[in-house]
Design a protein around this ligand. Sequence first.
Ligand SMILES: [Zn+2]
Length: 229
Amino acid sequence: MKFLYPVPSTSIVTQTFEEHVRRAQANNWQYYNGGIDWAVPTGTSIKAAQDGTVKEVRNDATGYGTHVRIEHANNYLTIYAHMQKIDVKAGDKVKAGQVIGKSDNTGNSTGPHLHFELRKGSTPIDPAPLLVTKLDGTGSGQEEVVESGGDMGIEPAQFPALPKARVTATLLNVRTGAGTEYPAITTLPAGTEVEVLRKVVKGNDIWLQIGREQFIALKYQGQVLGKWV
Ligand SMILES: [Zn+2]
């Protein structure tokens, strides 16, 4: 499957995928994913790289800033970070080349640029060899032949719903691990409901995993910060 450049294809690359990975290794950053950075002026239109469904629009003050995640066919995911104005919302269907918002310099960014990531499943991959200025046909792509066997089992009649919890603290940190020793990547305001993937008990503290490398404290040092829904 190919992907459209999310910025004008003539934009200057300020950090390649390789350079991102090397920088992360040099600094021993565990939670720093490869991607491509293009220096683009604030307000540049950012385009969806492929047909897909908007998974999430979020603002992480210290990381990706205002960013969009789009799910595509064949288990691909693209991330568009450090943006300003977002024109889409979670659940929206988008077409390849559709403008999803404008670029900026939000989050952990030192200058106006787009940080763009491509993942297949949870594996970050270098988008560079897959980027094109024009897609053939509809752009939705053919189902790929993946060389792996495996038994998917029997699909349940209905997926069981995940347990939910609601944030009761005024503002609750989301951390990359279950503990305050892990960096906070964003915050959730009181009233936010989250689906809980896993409960982690550490001594008297209770942490909830709410996403990949996303944890919140339900109870920390005797303080109750959230409530099961
Ligand atoms: Zn970057």
